[in-house]
Design a protein around this ligand. Structure first.
Ligand code: SAM
Length: 345
């Protein structure tokens, strides 16, 4: 059991904000708590299960996350690998739900999961203080879905997980679908109907060159314009205004106002200029961009005995050096050494 009292903002923390050298305020932290996954999605993994990087203890994640929150992080998203595989996840959520931002508000707390274990965990997570989940689901029919995950029976499990999350009140419930031409681009219209029928927000994501193998080409990406055009042919879409500048998804509703879809287009319409995110890997490295070529060993400093002041200064300095943008599709683009599953999506 982790023992912690409610964390109120300190006088110092209220004066600090995490800002990079390009003037972007960083308020969104993604934390991977394992790089293990129980799916082997064809566009993500080469086909082997198992972790490649060490995991920190739950108390260690908690200490590091508290430092970020004290510096101005307002949203924490727990991810992986598959975060629901991580023992003691509920305890971590309970403790994070007690944290306050420097503005004195509750932390915005979410999880991204493949949903396989969510049917049993949705209610305990909600009770622990989790606000929202995003479930990854790349097809609305079982055969296509299971050809992608390479796990028999996974479609039924995820559907049950989605419904359990909705019933537990982990809403608005978002479903993320990565589209790949020739794999699942025949699912676009079906997903639009699914969003309306299941009362969930479906978000299509352009495939980025972050896979373990070598699948990515510009041609395999299904761009935003094509998705909008194809859904619009069957069900006219109406653009919705952004809620905040750093919102990653372009949002649309349907002409009758029922349902919402979003499109996250990091390839065809990059949004780096409004990026507010930073990542902590399962082994405690800070990544200031999905496509960073360098990692910053926060955990190494903690393990060496550095105090919170030194670690906080290191976070501030590291974030200051955040890259201006990614370079997908440009000459000389280099894939990062870690793939998505090992970074934390
Ligand atoms: N296991 C959890 C899940 O499935 O949501 C969390 C980790 S997973 C890496 C996070 C998200 O990244 C998933 O929605 C997944 O589809 C997406 N993803 C993985 N590889 C990607 C890629 N190369 N481009 C875009 N999204 C990707």
């Amino acid at each position: 059991m982790v023992v912690a009292s409610p964390i109120a903002p300190t006088a110092e923390s209220t004066a600090r904000r995490l800002m990079d050298s390009h003037g972007r305020v960083i308020h969104d932290l993604r934390v991977s708590v394992t790089d293990r996954c129980n799916y082997k999605c064809v566009y993500c993994r080469t086909g082997e299960f198992g972790a490649q990087y060490p995991e920190l203890g739950i108390e260690e994640y908690l200490r590091l996350i508290k430092l970020f929150v004290n510096l101005g992080i307002e949203k924490v998203r727990i991810t992986g690998g598959e975060p629901l595989l991580r023992p003691r996840l509920i305890e971590l959520i309970e403790e994070l739900a007690r944290l306050q931002t420097p503005k004195g508000e509750a932390l915005d707390l979410a999880i991204t999961t493949n949903g396989h274990l969510l049917d049993k965990l949705a209610l305990p997570l909600k009770t622990a203080g989790l606000h929202r989940v995003t479930v990854s689901m790349d097809a609305v029919d079982a055969p296509t879905f299971e050809r992608i995950t390479r796990v028999p029976g996974s479609f039924k499990k995820v559907l049950a997980g989605i419904r359990a999350a909705r019933d537990a009140g982990l809403t608005p419930l978002k479903i993320n679908c990565v589209l790949l031409r020739g794999f699942n681009d025949n699912q676009i219209e079906g997903f639009a109907r699914f969003a309306r029928e299941e009362n969930v927000v479906v978000r299509f994501i352009e495939f980025m060159p972050l896979e373990e193998g070598r699948l990515w080409t510009p041609e395999i990406v299904v761009p935003l314009a094509e998705i909008v055009e194809r859904i619009g042919r069957e069900m006219p879409l109406v653009p919705m205004p952004p809620r905040e500048a750093s919102e990653t998804a372009r949002r649309y509703t349907f002409a009758d106002g029922v349902g919402e879809i979003g499109i996250i287009a990091p390839v065809s319409q990059a949004f780096c200029g409004a990026c507010s995110r930073v990542r902590l890997t399962s082994d405690g490295k800070i990544r200031t961009c999905l496509f960073s070529q360098v990692e910053h060993d926060l955990y190494g400093r903690m393990r060496a005995g550095e105090d919170d002041k030194v670690l906080s200064d290191y976070i501030v300095e590291t974030i200051h050096g955040k890259e201006a943008r990614h370079h997908i599709g440009e000459p000389g683009f280099l894939k990062p050494t870690r793939s998505m599953v090992h970074i934390g999506g």
